[in-house]
Ligand binder design. Structure first.
Ligand SMILES: Cc1cc2nc3c(=O)[nH]c(=O)nc-3n(C[C@H](O)[C@H](O)[C@H](O)COP(=O)(O)O)c2cc1C
Length: 372
């Protein structure tokens, strides 16, 4: 009885927020995008806009990948909760996984502000944040509390938590830093992502080159033969030949998978937003096609030997299904959360269920790769 009332209160709360979000978003537009982001994190911290308890997802949405069980196929992409501040409230928004980071060995401030721009007409964002984060030690303290390893809080999280790692802008040594970070987060992460694709750290994307990637992966294997599933996140701007070589390198090194994709430095001709020529990485609706094309290319090359996470431009349940049909095991979203608000995930899951019911499909993973 008590739990039924709790469910109804959660649902009502979500419906009210969903109804009000267009006005809340307009309100947020009075602030700079970065202030808006900080307000969103504070609201989550204070317990606004998260449900009261974990969602019970429809079993048709359940995904098994990388030896992990995801209650649904929609994860939160890296960059929203860089410092692992709000994992628990985010999990109560209904995500199937949350990826925190990018976190670097030492804290850093990131690039000068302004560094975050909304392209509202395009449903897009440009960012050149530059890995602003609290550094690995503080992030690990928070992850330990979530994991209830030590510390006074019992904030259990019922979904997989990924940790996305990167290098500092100054004084970085990738062949040392990535193994160090893997060692640091291995106890706390369900999976680890090497971010080699942010356009905002000079030289970072060069690490995707097979010769560098091979060295970094070998150093990780050497120093940490056992670690959680390891993935590499790629840029959508790689040439076809480069993608081929990276896929081969990833398979040879025995890593678990790839995330396709990070933001792009390209600018489609039809972008409308005033800030379209700001330097940085473009995300959201305009990158969906490009990211999905790269996902499909990698799926064809890897032939089931890698776990693939599809990310880039997802806004609807149908978009999630499209990524899965083009080879994704799991998906992630970021920009649409800013435009559509906290009810985004529940709405997408509802749309997916409607499609699965219509097509008489028992589990979403049956659709994996059918469009290839
Ligand atoms: C403001 C912002 C910050 C981001 N920061 C990171 C980051 O720190 N690490 C990372 O791997 N990706 C980062 N991303 C990229 C997203 O994780 C995602 O790959 C990209 O936005 C494409 O997904 P989307 O179109 O759903 O936004 C960031 C994206 C945005 C918009």
């Amino acid at each position: 009885m008590k739990s039924k009332i709790g469910d109804r209160v959660s649902k009502l709360e979500q419906e009210v927020i969903s109804f009000c979000y267009p006005w809340i978003f307009k309100g947020f537009r009075c602030f700079s995008p970065e202030t808006g982001h900080n307000l969103a994190i504070s609201s989550l911290l204070l317990g606004f806009c998260g449900g009261r308890k974990p969602w019970q997802d429809d079993p048709r949405l359940k995904i098994n990948a990388m030896g992990l069980s995801f209650p649904n196929p929609i994860g939160l992409a890296a960059g929203f909760d860089k410092n692992a501040m709000v994992i628990s409230p985010l999990s109560r928004l209904g995500f199937g996984a949350v990826e925190v980071g990018t976190v670097t060995p030492r804290p850093q401030e990131g690039n000068p502000k302004p560094r975050l721009f909304r392209l509202i007409e395009d449903g897009a964002i440009i960012n050149r944040m530059g890995f602003n984060n609290d550094g690995i030690n503080r992030v690990i303290g928070r992850l330990a509390r979530i994991r209830n390893i030590h510390g006074p809080f019992k904030t259990k999280v019922h979904i997989p938590v990924g940790v996305n790692i990167g290098i500092n802008k100054i004084g970085a040594n990738p062949e040392k830093d990535y193994p160090y970070l893997v060692g640091m987060v291995s106890h706390y992460a369900d999976y680890i992502v090497l971010n080699l694709s942010s356009p905002n750290t000079p030289g970072l994307r060069d690490l995707q080159h097979p010769s560098r990637l091979r060295k970094i992966l070998a150093a990780i294997k050497d120093q940490h033969p056992a670690h959680p599933p390891l993935l590499v996140k790629l840029a959508p701007d790689l040439e076809e030949k480069e993608v081929e070589a990276i896929v081969e390198t990833a398979i040879d090194a025995g890593i678990t998978g790839l995330i396709l994709t990070n933001t792009t430095i390209s600018r489609p001709d039809d972008l409308q937003g005033d800030f379209r020529y700001e330097p940085g990485g473009l995300s959201g609706r305009p990158i969906r096609k490009k990211s999905t094309e790269m996902l499909a290319r990698v799926a064809r090359l890897s032939k089931g030997r890698l776990t693939l996470i599809g990310c880039g431009g997802i806004e609807t349940g149908a978009d999630v299904i499209e990524k899965i049909m083009y080879g994704a095991d799991f998906t992630q979203v970021y920009s649409a959360l800013i435009y559509k608000g906290p009810s985004l995930v529940q709405n997408m899951k509802q749309e997916i269920i409607e499609i699965l019911s219509r097509e008489n499909i028992q589990n979403i993973s049956e659709l994996k790769g059918v469009a290839l």
